[in-house]
Design a protein around this ligand. Structure first.
Ligand code: ADP
Ligand code: MG
Length: 689
């Protein structure tokens, strides 16, 4: 059967359907109800309470009344059964609707019942004329309500009509099953064609619920299958560089030059990495750890493993400030080992750049630190064995895939401080193995957080002054007002002037995105060296910056920031031995959500808890930026609510890919047919395959 075989299908409607994503019979079947009305229980009118509940009643039309005048005109139809009477009311279209009623006729009303004075009424009820018992049976059922849109309503393509079409389609079509039999049975999922029937023509609540489970599973299964297939083919295709020797550099550094004890999380991440790089396969691992958990040292460990085996390592950060900071951190930590580290950033002088590039190509540069310009094509490595990507969430999935495919197929280690709930991480970074660093290095005091109104500025500054006298340092951050750095800058610059006056006994610095990288670098270095005590900044310092002596974070207009961003900012302090303080200053008008965010920040320091709350507020798309993260959009499934289905789908997908990687087996042919176009689409999206 084809779409055009359906009755009442004008060209306009065909267009409206197409605009709603329905171009085939299968598309129509996959057009799922948004919700269901339960008209399955007919109440006696006496039993209707009129407290806003949805009810179905059947009765005879007793009176048809036009009430009121002009714009207030309304239609009232009173119906009566053996027990009592009730009113249907129409505030619009009464003139037209009136025509379908005649006194004495049997009708069913469905809608929300409310009591006004003596009468219970239903505004704009759904009406069905009842001829005999079978009409009642037909009306009193569970009715799917399909999602509407402009195009559909313009062409009067009502939910009712769509439902009629579905009925017809289901009479003629029987979409074949493609889920493996064992999987379907193990998880008690209805057969595909039955599930469509249960979705569109349900006999009970539990039927459509069960059908939804199946379609969620199906959707997540196909997704996980594509992930497993991608991962499988990458691993198959590429042998990773073998780091057999963990000798000189690694041993020396960790035994003699590490200024602190590693935390358990750091140790276990390092041992995961060690296993990966000695496996002969390409490492593709995510280190997930809250801000300040000490991811950098783990990455340094991986770098040293590469160097020990004569390979080069690239160390990439999302911003120049962070790249420069990493360059200094690495230089400091690795100083006693006499390693050649080069910094490659955007606006270096040509002669310097050429020198660096030659150094990299010749293999003299052992470690190259930079922004993601480092993976640009013009940079040729002599023998790249490892690419580290810091703050992964700022890198696209596609960019990461590019590195994996690069020349020597280097190991890839990505680090993320976005504390994504594990199951979500599994989905977004599903081609990655994940190590989690739990907890922070010992001896840290939890940051104390307070929320204050703007009028408290004086008190806050007095407090800052005390802390400065005591040897501390402070950040003062101004928000990104608009997506433009320029507007943003006005606030920060004004703040800078004000603070310079207020803290005249100290050095106040200004940092923003429009400064040249040399200037930014100079200011950062002064702050690190405690030559600047108060650093006024736009959000450029949001990610990764590490100055352990800084103990105060003041965020202006904190209500404008998202939760994860506030957590990142707060993560800039509490990194050393000092007790640190975060002051969130809010303007006069704060939305309800804004208040919730500020409250949450006071309640907890736990990044995962904050991420969960943020995720709930914003939804997964916004939370990570769908485009950047490559977060898949699911039609039926909800990756937060349906986490356990996701887990099951993943297990089954891997089981299948391991036993029949190309879906060649006979029993997988239906699946293959569905999967191949799906996979092609996905591969294009991820830039893989
Ligand atoms: P992040 O995970 O946010 O990138 P960093 O790697 O910047 O954190 O580490 C934060 C600070 O903690 C740095 O100053 C680092 O030197 C220090 N640090 C890291 N690991 C430890 C440890 N095991 N003990 C004490 N301090 C540590
Ligand atoms: Mg970091």
């Amino acid at each position: 059967m084809k779409l055009i075989d359906l009755p009442n299908l004008s060209t306009k409607r065909i267009k409206a359907l197409s605009e709603s994503g329905i171009n085939s019979i299968l598309d129509l079947l996959n057009f799922f109800p948004r919700r269901y009305l339960d008209r399955s229980t007919v109440l006696s009118i006496r039993d209707v309470k009129g407290q806003g509940e949805e009810v179905t009643v059947v009765g005879r039309v007793k009176k048809i009344l036009q009430q009121g005048y002009g714009r207030k005109k309304r239609l009232e139809v009173i119906i009566q059964d053996d027990t009592a009477s009730l009113k249907g009311v129409w505030f619009k279209g009464g003139h037209y609707i009136k025509k379908q009623f005649s006194e004495g006729q049997m009708v069913a009303f469905f809608g929300t019942a409310k009591k006004y004075g003596r009468y219970i009424s239903i505004a704009h009820p759904e009406v069905n004329k009842i001829g005999d018992q079978s009409d009642i049976a037909d009306f009193s059922r569970i009715v799917p309500i399909y999602p509407g849109n402009k195009a559909l309503s313009k062409t009067h393509t009502t939910s009712k009509l769509i439902h009629r079409w579905q009925k017809i389609v289901l009479k003629h079509e029987k979409p074949p099953e493609f889920l493996p039999d064992t999987v379907r049975k193990d998880y008690d999922l209805p057969l595909r064609h039955k599930a469509y029937r249960m979705i569109h023509l349900p006999e009970s609540d539990s039927e459509y619920k069960k059908a939804f489970q199946r379609f969620k599973f199906e959707e997540l299964f196909l997704f996980e299958l594509s992930v497993a297939k991608t991962k499988n083919s990458i691993i198959e295709k590429h042998q990773g560089p073998l780091f057999e020797d963990l000798g000189n550099y690694t041993q020396r550094f960790f035994n003699q030059h590490l200024p602190f004890e590693l935390t358990d999380g750091q140790k276990s991440s390092l041992s995961d990495i060690k296993k990966d790089v000695r496996s002969g396969k390409q490492m593709n691992r995510l280190i997930q750890g809250d801000v300040g958990s000490g991811k950098t040292i783990v990455a340094i460990g991986a770098v040293l493993m590469a160097l020990d085996n004569g390979f080069q390592a690239a160390f990439m950060a999302p911003t120049e400030i962070l790249a420069e900071q990493h360059y200094h951190t690495l230089s400091t930590f690795l100083e006693p080992l006499d390693i050649n580290i080069r910094l490659l950033v955007g606006n270096q002088k040509n002669s310097l750049r050429t020198d660096i590039l030659t150094d990299i190509a010749g293999g003299n540069a052992q470690v190259v630190v930079g922004t993601h310009a480092v993976i640009q094509d013009e940079v040729t490595f002599n023998k790249l064995g490892l690419a580290v990507i810091d703050e992964q969430h700022r890198f696209g999935v596609k960019q990461r895939a590019e590195i994996l495919q690069k020349g020597s197929h280097p190991h890839v280690l990505v680090m993320s401080a976005t504390p994504i709930p594990r199951s979500l991480a599994m989905t977004i970074y599903s081609d990655l193995d994940i190590s989690v660093i739990k907890g922070l290095p010992g001896g840290r005091k939890p940051v104390k957080t307070a929320v204050r109104p703007q009028k408290k500025h004086d008190e806050i500054y007095n407090f800052v002054e005390q802390e400065l006298e005591d040897g501390g340092q402070a950040y003062v951050v101004y928000p990104l007002v608009e997506e433009s750095e320029k507007v943003d800058l006005k606030d920060a610059t004004a703040g800078y002037k004000k603070l310079k006056k207020r803290f005249s006994g100290y050095n106040v610095g200004l940092l923003h995105g429009q400064m040249s990288s040399e200037d930014k670098e100079a200011v950062m270095q002064q702050f690190i060296a405690n030559e600047i005590q108060v650093l006024v900044s736009t959000t450029v310092i949001e990610v990764g910056v590490d100055v352990p002596n800084a103990s105060i974070m003041i965020v202006e207009h904190a209500e404008r920031f998202g939760l994860s961003q506030l957590h990142q900012l707060r993560g800039r302090i509490g990194r050393g031995q000092r007790q640190s303080y975060c002051v969130l200053i809010h303007g006069q008008k704060v939305s309800k959500e804004g208040r919730f965010r500020l409250k949450k920040m006071v309640q907890t320091n736990d990044g995962f808890e904050i991420a969960e709350a943020d995720l709930e507020l914003r939804g997964p798309g916004d939370f990570l930026g769908t485009k950047q993260s490559g977060l898949p959009e699911f039609k039926v499934a909800d990756i937060i609510e349906d986490q356990w289905i996701l887990e099951q789908a993943k297990t089954e997908a891997w089981r299948l890919i391991n036993s029949d990687p190309d879906l060649q087996n006979n029993e997988n042919q239906e699946l293959r047919e569905v999967f191949i176009p799906y996979y092609k689409e996905k591969s294009r999206f991820y830039g893989m395959g």
